[in-house]
Design a protein. Sequence first.
Length: 158
Amino acid sequence: MVSLEEIAAIANILKTAPASTVQLLHKIVNDEPYSKSSRKELKKFAGFPQNYDIEARKDKILKDFTKTELITVCTILGLNCAGSAKELSEHIFKNLSDLASLKNNFTEQLTDDEDEDSAPFSLESTNDANKQPRTPPIYHLPSPQDVFVPHQQSSNNS
């Protein structure tokens, strides 16, 4: 049985993403409040139990989540982010119910640009987005009196 930690890109996001991002996925797969151990628990997630009422969960998530939050979860899972909120919810639950196919999707999507940063939600990238542009240092130019001081000629006629 495949778990989320076996999908390297997802495991990396779960490791590096801000808590607010990880909490979104946690809310989908778990009814318990988010805690310090939630990241580890999410990595161990291997799909919903057989008797789990996925339809009821989809309805609850559809009511509780905004479309933007659903898009964020799709991004974490490497899913297509196009469609209505209902379509996104369907897509998320379909893939979380079959992690083996989700893992296969990741291996098929590998391209030559693997060297690029695979953590779209890294703490560094979110902090950089909130920074103001640096202002250039202000250099004070000397006043004209300091630059040009006329030499007084001494009248030494000796």
